[in-house]
Design a protein around this ligand. Structure first.
Ligand SMILES: Cc1cc2nc3c(=O)[nH]c(=O)nc-3n(C[C@H](O)[C@H](O)[C@H](O)COP(=O)(O)OP(=O)(O)OC[C@H]3O[C@@H](n4cnc5c(N)ncnc54)[C@H](O)[C@@H]3O)c2cc1C
Length: 391
């Protein structure tokens, strides 16, 4: 085998997970030979670049809260810390809040999660419908129990963050290769490398599956069966006739409909629906907004009865059908095969903590944040985490 194609770690997929893993590995050990094999360096179908890019502290699982606390710290300092070769990333980090609204039946669980978040030092508070109305006069929260408002939650430019990690990983020695991994190579219960569409073979004792919504296909080439499905999710960009006085937080209605303001006076909106198809489908259907979601939106924000649907897009969630949470760590039945998969719609904000954690597992360091609750053993045992993520 060509010695140039021998690496200490091969990462399959160069989206946020692949790039943060490459960044932390090479930062911790610059002598490590790390290759990221990504089939599309334009990232046209990567979830990272098709995301709504929200970062929130509001989770019901403590480890997900802690993951976001780390993300907040990283994003705050990102432009300073990730400047490389004189290139300063501009990540447009807007901390405009997240407002989750609840009906009476869900309020008890929401308040329990709120208490846990507050105990961890998070800036989240309960608002009555009157308080919601006082902050956002366009809203009609009457009849709801109230909402939780996380003032530090917000959004950022995913592509700029991805490019920031990639530039730094490369400056630290990581190599990005544009190619498709078609086969994981296995020998006697351990990973030995990968084969690619261009006919190349790469040798490594460590391969990390960062293939996003394609992770199950990739794992399947080594006989590993992951409970992760690609599921289409759609987003809509709206130009409303009435413009709010200031930014609107990501507002999540009890039905799951969510929206927020975007730069340029636009509103972005989405909703995960039971009929969203499983598969690699990127078609976008404006009728979903026109026929269903518009009415739902206008009920809660009557001023948005008049608007223009400007554009939209579809991307894929990698839905962990067991429990809607990440799967992190070495697959117990295949030595050297690591997973960073199944993020189910909240993975972008998890990139920094996951990349750091994967690097710690691979290098053999004690993790700064113990994320062992997400270990792949639970998949083999069919034991879901007690509290789910957002799918
Ligand atoms: C519409 C939408 C809205 C979202 N909103 C949010 C949000 O508000 N907040 C949030 O935190 N998360 C959100 N997410 C989820 C988030 O985008 C993902 O969890 C995250 O980006 C996953 O990153 P990844 O690196 O695992 O996958 P990806 O970004 O998809 O990267 C995987 C990469 O692997 C490559 N690849 C796959 N197979 C192979 C192969 N065999 N060989 C070589 N390369 C391969 C692909 O080309 C791709 O570039 C959203 C997702 C969608 C679709």
């Amino acid at each position: 085998m060509d010695s140039k194609k021998r690496y200490d770690v091969i990462i399959v997929g160069g989206g946020i997970m692949g790039s943060t893993t490459a960044y932390y590995l090479t930062r911790k050990d610059p002598a490590l030979k790390v290759a990221v094999i990504e089939r599309d360096l334009a990232y046209t179908r990567a979830s990272t670049t098709l995301s709504m890019v929200n970062a929130r502290i509001q989770f019901s699982l403590r480890q997900n809260v802690e993951i976001s606390q780390y993300a907040f710290n990283v994003l705050e300092r990102f432009e300073d810390d990730m400047t490389v070769a004189g290139q300063r990333p501009r990540i447009s980090y807007h901390r405009e809040g997240n407002l989750f609204l609840y009906e009476e039946a869900a309020a008890i669980d929401a308040k329990a999660a709120l208490a846990m978040q507050q105990a961890l030092g998070c800036q989240v508070q309960w608002w009555s419908p009157d308080e919601v109305k006082a902050h956002y006069p366009l809203y009609a929260p009457e009849g709801l129990a109230g909402g939780t408002f996380g003032a530090q939650d917000g959004h950022f430019d995913a592509y700029a963050v991805l490019m920031g990690y990639k530039a730094n990983a490369r400056a630290q020695g990581a190599v990005y290769v544009e190619d498709e991994v078609t086969q994981l190579a296995v020998d006697k219960g351990r990973i030995i490398g990968v084969k690619t569409g261009s006919g190349a073979t790469y040798a490594s004792a460590v391969v990390v599956n960062c293939a996003g919504a394609w992770c199950t296909e990739l794992a399947g080439t080594a006989g590993v069966d992951l409970p992760v499905n690609p599921v289409k999710r759609q987003c809509f960009c709206l130009d409303t006739a009435v413009k709010p006085d200031g930014p609107l937080p990501l507002t999540i209605l009890p039905s799951g409909l969510y929206f927020r303001t975007e730069t340029g006076g636009m509103v972005l909106l989405g909703k995960s629906m039971a009929e969203d198809p499983v598969g690699f489908d990127f078609t976008w259907d404006q009728n979903r907004f026109m026929d269903i979601l518009w009415l739902e939106l206008a009920e809660f924000v009557p001023a948005f009865e008049r608007l223009k649907l400007v554009r939209g897009w579809a991307g894929l969630y990698a839905v962990n059908t067991l429990d809607g949470n990440a799967i992190l760590g070495e697959w117990p039945e295949l030595k050297g095969f690591y997973l960073a998969n199944g993020f189910s719609g909240h993975g972008l904000q998890q990139g920094p903590a996951v990349g750091r954690y994967m690097s710690e597992l691979i290098i053999g360091e004690t993790p700064a944040l113990d994320l062992s609750i997400f270990n792949p053993q639970r998949i083999l045992e069919g034991k879901p985490l007690a509290e789910g993520g957002l799918v």
